[in-house]
Every structure is written in structure tokens, then in C-alpha cells.
Design a protein around this ligand. Sequence first.
Ligand code: NAD
Length: 253
Amino acid sequence: MSGPAEILGEMLATSERALAFTGAGISTESGIPDFRGPNGVWTKFDPNEFNFQNYVADPDHRRRVWKMRLESWDTQYEPNDGHRALADLERLGIIDCVVTQNIDRLHQAAGSTVVLELHGNAREVVCLSCGARQPASAAHDRVRAGEDDPACLLCGGILKSATISFGQPMPEDIVEEAFYRARQCDLCLVVGSSLVVYPAAGVPLEAKHAGARLVILNQSETEMDGLADLVINEPAGAVLSEAARIAARLRAR
Ligand code: NAD
């Protein structure tokens, strides 16, 4: 009898245009905690505090955020088997793009070249007034040197990590492209997302409604499981690498 990785491998091998939709769960095997898993960030911090409105309005909150970011900045994270398998599937011509909610850039580090970041990335900072961007490392150097809330050097505006916080508008062009590609794909593979953050979670829904097969690979149940053609409740890395190997073998025939 076929196991879930075999079934997924066969589904991938017959796909002409697959879309991977990833969340924090694909990066937990790299050591980065998710938000809503059993050891997630929201078991330690109050999600209501970390929103865009507080960041803009409250300098004390910004100081706390810069301090926290600096504390985690020095830890280097590496892509894991799950990220590498998705990059392999792109090279095989199976995966058309990765739409990610993650801000860690590990898909790109693993070799994926078409990555749509719905929630921005943590490697850059952006000025909320003039829009200027710069590497986050430059802002962190200033915090290390004693500035607790560094302002934009060009216009004096508020600097913020180039990530999208709760309550902050999403990048329209990227969201539009993600939904467009969702309508074009024939297989949507969700990996490591609780599928509760919208509008991002609308991407797999859009794919399913447009006729794609839907696979959910997530350690815990999601509200969309009932819509899925295949649900796998296992750690993502091993399943994805096995499925990618099987898909490569079947494609080579
Ligand atoms: P989430 O925390 O809401 O859900 C993660 C899901 O992944 C959980 O359901 C959990 O059961 C599952 N999971 C954990 N480890 C897994 C594994 N090894 N294999 C398979 N499944 C696993 O995450 P979300 O849906 O991405 O939404 C949260 C928001 O958090 C996103 O907007 C994202 O921007 C942000 N975030 C990003 C990172 C990152 O960049 N790595 C980390 C934390 C949060």
C-alpha cells in the first residue's frame, strides 16, 4: 500500500504547474519557532501587542521590538530538507512558484528562484515615510551602538523591519500575482501553515475553487482539511524530500 509521501510524489509527478504555499511550519525544522504550534511565539508573547498601529504610535513598543530583533538577529538559520525539496521540485519543472508567508528567506537560500513573499522579509528595513529600504544589518548596527529607536537617515521617518505586521497593508502587486498564479496552478501544496491568517490563506482556497487539487501537509489539523484531496499530518521535511525523490524518478521514466 502507498504511504502519504508516495501518493504526494505521484500527484507532483503528474502536475504541470504546482504552487507551494508555505507557512512558519516549514521552517520549524530549521529551528525557527512558528506562531501557533505547541512551542509557538504566541505561547510566550501577546499577539495583540505586536500590531502595526502600536508600532507607529508607541516609541516604547518600537524600542522593545528593536531589542527583541537584535537578540534573535545573530542566530543563523539554514534551510532544511523541506525547503530543499521544494527547490528541487522547481528545478524539475513541477513547481511554478512558492507563495510564502515566511519572512526568513530560507526558500531563496535553498535555491527556489520564484518566491512570492506575502508578508515581506526580515533581512531589510523600510522607512514608513519615504519608503527607502536598506539591509536590516545597518539598522541593527545602530541599535548596537546605542540608538534604541533608529530613524530613517534620509527623512527622519520611522524605520521598521520590512515585514508585514498585523494591521499593516500587504504588498498589492505580490498579493495579486499570488492569486493569479493560484488560479493557473493544477496542484496547490500547502506546507506548514495553520491557514488562519487572511488574506494569505485565501491563496489555497482560490486554487481549489479554480479547479486545482489541494494537498495540506501540516503537523496539526487545519480548517481547510475538509476541502483537501490529500491531508498529511506529519513533519514536513522527510515527507517532502521523499515525495520529491519519487516525483523525480517518475518524471525520468
Ligand atoms: P502558524 O504558526 O499559524 O502555523 C504553523 C503550522 O505549522 C501549525 O499548524 C503547525 O502545526 C505546523 N507545523 C509546525 N512544524 C511543522 C513541521 N515540521 N511540519 C509540518 N507542519 C508543521 O504559521 P502560519 O500559518 O505561517 O501563520 C503565521 C504567520 O507567522 C505568518 O504570517 C508568517 O509571516 C509568520 N511567521 C513566520 C516565520 C518564519 O518566517 N519562519 C516564523 C513565525 C511566524
